[in-house]
Ligand binder design. Structure first.
Ligand SMILES: Nc1ncnc2c1ncn2[C@@H]1O[C@H](COP(=O)(O)OP(=O)(O)O)[C@@H](O)[C@H]1O
Ligand SMILES: [Mg+2]
Length: 244
């Protein structure tokens, strides 16, 4: 399954995600998503296009049901569009099969969800080790421990999700998303289930990681604090981009 023969020795020559890389992190052209329902075809997204520069931070905002989560899934290669194209780090996702898209996600993408989505039967440490193990890294434990310490959970390595608060679970989810050093991090309402103060701590961590690692952030949010912290805001209304 892993296709990288030397994941640990590759660091100095890694071809992707360097600061000098001129390709945009994301290029989206005429993206559409339609689904067939018994009542007829439903257009969820229509004619969406934009570019996001490497290292940028972008908030996607809009009313509930406007298509934000659908757009994020398409950008991350979790779902396929009905038309148009997503290029992630210069790779057109439509040219890849499911395995190819899974590889791009494993190499380049981190995802954080509103409801954390940690695996309940794994400890915090095991949750964070998982993406490294899945891509075949020889040492998953060391980087996973370091990442959990970075989000302030060095004392909670052996705890299960049910033993952690919502804010702590979201910090584990952040550690899991960042441990692979993705070039892009997608987050769908990452503070949506957290109180304001806890949400603020998660926001600070997100932007610290954006600053330190140059990770491009694409965040769906209703949270004004979070949208204000982003350099750009994209607004979606009924499946169309209304401001870029
Ligand atoms: N697979 C699907 N089948 C039918 N309708 C869908 C599907 N996915 C999303 N929708 C509909 O598309 C619209 C946009 O959904 P979504 O992207 O989740 O919006 P948001 O995240 O902005 O609240 C909603 O009306 C939703 O019910
Ligand atoms: Mg949504």
């Amino acid at each position: 399954m892993p296709d990288s023969p030397s994941p640990l020795s590759a660091a100095p020559a890694a071809p992707s995600a360097t600061a000098a890389d001129p390709r945009p992190a994301l290029r989206v052209r005429d993206l559409g998503k339609r689904v067939a329902l018994p009542e007829g075809a439903l257009t969820i997204l229509d004619g969406v296009g934009f570019e996001i520069a490497r290292g940028d931070s972008v908030a996607i905002v809009g009313a509930s049901g406007s298509g934000k989560s659908t757009l994020l899934s398409l950008l991350a290669g979790l779902d396929l569009p009905s038309g148009g194209e997503v290029e992630l780090d210069g790779t057109a996702l439509s040219t890849l099969d499911e395995d190819g898209r899974a590889r791009v996600r494993a190499d380049k993408v981190g995802f954080v969800f509103q409801n954390f989505q940690l695996l309940p039967s794994l400890t915090a440490l095991e949750n964070v080790m998982l993406p490294l193990e899945l891509r075949g890294d020889a040492d998953a434990r060391g980087p996973a421990e370091a990442e959990l310490r970075r989000v302030g959970l060095g004392e909670r390595l052996g705890h299960y999700p049910r033993q952690l608060s919502g804010g702590e679970q979201q910090r584990v989810a952040l550690a899991r998303a960042f441990v692979t050093r993705p070039s892009l991090l997608f987050a769908d309402e990452p503070t949506g289930n957290l109180d304001t103060r806890t949400g603020q701590a998660v926001i600070e961590l997100l932007f610290a990681m954006n600053a330190e690692a140059g990770t491009t952030l694409v965040l769906v949010t209703h949270d004004d604090h979070l949208a204000e912290r982003c350099r750009r805001v994209l607004r979606i209304d009924s499946g169309r981009l209304v401001a870029a």
